[in-house]
Every structure is written in C-alpha cells, then in structure tokens.
Design a protein around this ligand. Structure first.
Ligand SMILES: [Fe+2]
Length: 613
C-alpha cells in the first residue's frame, strides 16, 4: 500500500508472436523496444553521404551499421549482452597479440625462416603459447590435442601429394575441388577449362590424366570427363588480380614477391576412389607454365601456389565477404524488426552474439595500409578488398546451404573414399533442419501465423531486393512455416561455413598454406615468405583466429527464460553434443588411423554458436 492506494503489479509480457499480444501494455513495450533498437541499428544506403554517413565501413555499396567506430566501441563495451564478447577479445588481444607476440618476435629475431625447420620451430612456439593462457574453453584448437588430431606437419606428411589432395576435401575451404562436367551449372565446365589450359606448353594432359587415373587404359581429358574422373581447383575471382606494392620490399634480401596468379590444379579420381593431383598450371591463361608431379622445389611451390590461391579466396570471398559481411547483415537487421519478446529475437540474439560488433570494430583496421592484410598478403589490402566486394556482388540467399554447395561441386556422397566436409556437414545440416522446424512448430501453429507475423514480414521485406538491404534471393514475403524454417536454417548455417573457413586448418603452417610467396635469385628455396618478424606476426594472428571461441553451439539453452523455447534449444544441444559429437569423433578417429585429415572443426564441441572472430 502506498498511502491509501494499492500498488498494482502488472503481468510480465511473455515471449509471443506480435499478433498474439493482446495487452496494450505489451504492445506498447514492443513498440518501445523497436524505437530503442532502431536508434542504434541504423543502416547505410549508397545514397547516404557527408555527415549523414557516420560509419567508416570501407565497402560503400554494402548496407552497414551507420555508426562511427568510436561510438561503436563505447556502445559494445557497455551493452550488457554483447560486452562479454568484446571483453574476451580485448583480453586475448592484450596478452596473445601483445605480450606473447613481442616475446616471440624477439626470440626468433635471428631466424632466417627460409627452411621448413625454422617454420616448424615458430609454429611449435606459437602453439605452446596458446596453451599458456590456460583458458581452453575460450582459447584452444583441435591441433593441440595430438591424441585425436592428425598431425601432418611435424612428420612432414604435408609434403606428399596424396596429403595435399586429401586436404582439399577436409580442411579450410573444403568445397574448392569441383568435378569437370559438360554442365554449365554443376562443377567446372569442360569447354571453359579447355579454353584456359596450355595445350601447346609441352605437357600432354591426356597422358597425365591417364597415368593419374590408373585405370589401365589411355584416356583423353574428354573421356576422363565422360567417366567422371576429372576434377579441378580454379578460382575465377583471382583472374588478373594484381599485387599491392610489397609491404616487406627491401627487407627480403634477394627474394622478390611473386606476381599473383589464378592457378588451376587438375586432379583425378583413382580406381580406389582417392583424389590425386595430376598437374598444376600456374595461371589461367593458355600460355601459362604447367608442372607435373615430381620431387622438385618447383613442384612443391606449385602446390603452395594452389593453397595460396585458396587462402586468398577463402579469406576475402568466403570468410570476410560471405561470413563477416553478408551473414552479419542478418544480425544487424533483426534488431530493427523483432521486439525483444518475439521468439525469433531470443534465438537470433544468441546466434548473432558478437557478429556485428566484431567486424564493425575491426574492418577498418583490417583493410588499412600497414596492417595484417597488407603485411601478410601479396595481393594486399586492395586485392583482398576486390575479392570481398565480389562476394557482395555475387550474393544469393541460400547459395551456401549444404546440399546446394555440395551440388555445385558436382561431387556426390560416396564418390570419394572420404570427403569429411560433405559427410559431416550432412549430419549437421540435418540437425539444423530439425532445430529450425521444431522452433517454427513451437511458436507458429498454422501457416497463417507466419503470414500474419508483422515483425517477421517486415524483417523479410527489408532484406529482400524490395528493401534497403537488397539481398538477392531473399523472399520479400514468407508464406508458410516450411519456408520460414528453411530461411532460418540458411541464416544460421553461415556459422558452419565460418567454421570451415576460419577454424578449418589449425595450425596455420605457412610453407603449406602461404599468404604470399617469394622467389630468390638462385631459386633455391620456395620458403622465403619474408623475415621472421613477418612470419611470427602472421602465425600469431592466424593462430588466434583459429583458437578463439566465445560460445558453443546451442549452449545458450539455460539462458533462455521461455520454457517452450528452452526445451527446443536444449533438445538440439543434447543431440549435437551427444549422438552427433560421438559419431563425428568416431569418424575422425577412423581418418586418423588412415593418416588422413579429419574435420574436428565440425565436431559440436568445437562449433561456436555465432560468427564472432
Ligand atoms: Fe572470422
């Protein structure tokens, strides 16, 4: 009692669809939520210029959070839910990228790092440094667990051709191999490939592919396509892409930076269903040099050139472009449309933890002269920005869905003796399907409930080509429960794509996957990637990216207050971390027995719940 008046305690607003909110008080709360969120989550348009454009986001055609970096730093440091992630990153940055890196640079100052052993010593020291932080839940990676991880580096297995080929199907960017076909939509078109191959350069491709295939008969390239045994790695994004001026010019002795190229690897499927490398052409033009397998340094360097091309496309097109820019748009935008009591708000909040803040606060620095990309990549800031821009220009919603991405490679399940990403990704895709279907079934009883959900429909419209985000292929109206479950699945799936491109190859061993390559005067070594300072810096940053995990997939169930929603998330958590974890662990153990790379990064215990590093 307050004097003679009763103090009435209102009912708390429940998690519900907006159309089910009959109380005026709850409707007013939803409207207020939206106003507060929209005050911060403002989106740029290409027309926005001058003082109205507050963000320093470097890709101006991409719609982005319209806030200055200084404001964003403050906002994310104090925002109650998101500050946890920022605090973690800052702490790891201070210790690992600060103190540890300085100590390692000093320790390796006299190393020339022009031989494999110097690289191994640096990799070992960086790995050991990860463990010294002693926060394994947040800072660890599968390669630091030799009982389960197939170590292909210390024993030099990585130098073997069979390991090179198998890694293409297991490790980072594991959809880079494509079947050569007569189709225009599946795999790599044979005629397109022929138009790029140097048929007059002294290498007989028919002979090479016959020997690679080993079917006991001489076959032509065309017959190899007919038999379904010809495969290739080629990235059109790299055609004609030039290097930036070398950051390390003048510091590398007689070694000069190699020109960037767009190489092509030709591979075959052997009789025993293994992928095998047959030849590498160093650029996509039909006058380019072609090398075939032998034990020379030139051949090792040709394989490194393919891995370098993969690293460029992985980093720019898929990692920065698709994961940190395209997928982050879904995270920035949901706050503008869903009230905090909408069931999808509660889900997306956790699956977006750290996504917008991480890249908003780091991209300007990342794409600045004198920083990591400039120092680490031959194509530098401008080259990487070009590739990243291509991913935005090519955007198509759902293009990275597991079945679609695998279909585009032309490779079917069972075609190879082992294709870890295809096989393990399939189990995870099934779980994502189950989770989003159960989620939708729990809160939407009829298809009309989807149609009548104004917050959802407003979200869809803004993302679609009818809205300011203009994401090609995103539906402007979501018609029914099935479609909603599919849309949610595609949005959440980007997290798995991120796992494959960010966590796919721990540890980063630079002679195998170099970000830049040099040639010295006598061409005696392909390993001179710059000085030890550069190698340590790149190793520390790459290892940090591969090791930070602020959350785990579906582990937020105990933070969800709504009982129905908590049950759905908990069921998925239990399936993932129980049966699926066990199955994938067993598969990786089998792969290790056969001395093959596993895909530990897809085991639920290593999967994050959001894209945040
Ligand atoms: Fe990332």
């Amino acid at each position: 009692m307050f004097g003679k008046k009763k103090c009435r305690i209102d009912e708390e607003c429940e998690i519900s669809l907006p159309q089910d909110d009959y109380s005026d008080k709850c409707k007013a709360e939803r409207a207020r939520d939206m106003l507060i969120a929209r005050a911060w989550y403002q989106i740029t348009t290409p027309e926005l210029t001058g003082s109205e454009r507050r963000t320093e986001f470097p890709l101006t055609t991409v719609p982005w959070l319209n806030q200055a970096e200084t404001s964003a730093k403050f906002y994310y440091a104090v925002e109650p839910f998101l500050s946890r992630h920022i605090t973690l990153l800052q702490a790891i940055n201070a210790v690992f990228r600060g103190q540890v890196k300085s100590q390692l640079i000093q320790a390796f100052a006299d190393f020339k790092v022009d031989n494999v052993n110097d690289f191994k010593a640096i990799m070992k020291a960086v790995n050991e440094a990860v463990l010294t932080l002693k926060i394994p839940h947040f800072f660890d990676n599968p390669s630091l667990h030799p009982d389960t991880f197939t170590d292909l580096f210390y024993n030099d297995a990585w130098m073997q051709d069979k390991v090179f080929s198998q890694s293409l199907l297991a490790n980072d960017l594991p959809w880079s191999v494509k079947k050569v076909t007569f189709s225009d939509t599946v795999g790599i078109n044979f005629n397109d490939l022929l138009s790029m191959l140097n048929m007059e350069g002294g290498v007989d491709f028919d002979e090479e592919i016959s020997s690679c295939y080993g079917g006991g008969e001489d076959i032509t390239l065309e017959q190899a396509v007919e038999k379904g045994v010809l495969f290739a790695v080629y990235f059109s994004q790299l055609n004609d892409l030039k290097n930036d001026p070398d950051y390390h010019a003048g510091q590398t002795g007689t070694a000069t930076l190699d020109e960037n190229t767009s190489p092509i690897a030709l591979l075959c499927k052997t009789e025993d269903k293994e992928l095998k490398i047959a030849a590498i052409q160093l650029d996509y033009l039909p006058t380019s040099i072609v090398l075939t397998p032998d034990t020379s340094l030139e051949w090792m360097k040709a394989k490194a050139t393919i891995n370098m091309a993969k690293t460029h496309v992985q980093t720019g097109y898929y990692h920065l472009g698709n994961c940190h820019i395209l997928a982050t748009i879904f995270c920035t935008t949901f706050r503008r449309h869903f009230g905090t009591k909408h069931p999808l708000y509660e889900v997306l909040k956790h699956h977006c933890e750290g996504s917008t803040s991480m890249i908003t606060l780091s991209i300007k620095n990342l794409l600045s002269e004198g920083n990591f990309i400039h120092a680490g990549f031959g194509i530098g800031v401008n080259g990487l920005r070009d590739i990243t821009q291509q991913s935005w220009d090519d955007r198509y919603f759902g293009q990275l869905d597991h079945p679609k991405l695998m279909e585009q490679t032309g490779i079917k399940k069972g075609e190879f003796e082992s294709y870890p990403y295809l096989e393990d990704g399939e189990l995870l895709w099934e779980e994502y399907s189950k989770f989003t279907t159960e989620l939708v079934d729990t809160f939407y009883y009829w298809d009309n409930d989807v149609k009548n959900d104004e917050e959802l429909q407003s979200y869809a419209k803004e993302l679609s080509p009818e809205g300011i985000i203009n994401f090609t292929g995103f539906p402007s109206k979501i018609e029914d429960k099935k479609q909603l479950a599919e849309v949610l699945r595609s949005i959440l799936w980007y997290n798995i794509i991120h796992s494959a491109v960010n966590y796919g190859t721990p540890p980063p061993f630079l002679p195998n996957t170099p970000p830049k390559l040099y040639t010295d005067e006598e061409n005696t070594s392909f390993l001179s990637l710059g000085n030890s300072h550069h190698v340590v810096s790149v190793s520390v940053i790459a290892n940090q990216l591969a090791s930070v995990r602020a959350n785990r997939l579906m582990a937020y169930y105990d933070k969800v207050q709504d009982k129905k929603l908590r049950k759905v998330v908990r069921k998925s958590y239990t399936r993932l971390h129980g049966c699926i974890q066990k199955t994938l662990e067993e598969r990786n153990a089998e792969r290790k027995k056969k001395q093959k790379s596993g895909a530990q990064y897809l085991e639920p215990k290593w999967l994050t719940n959001s894209i945040h590093v």
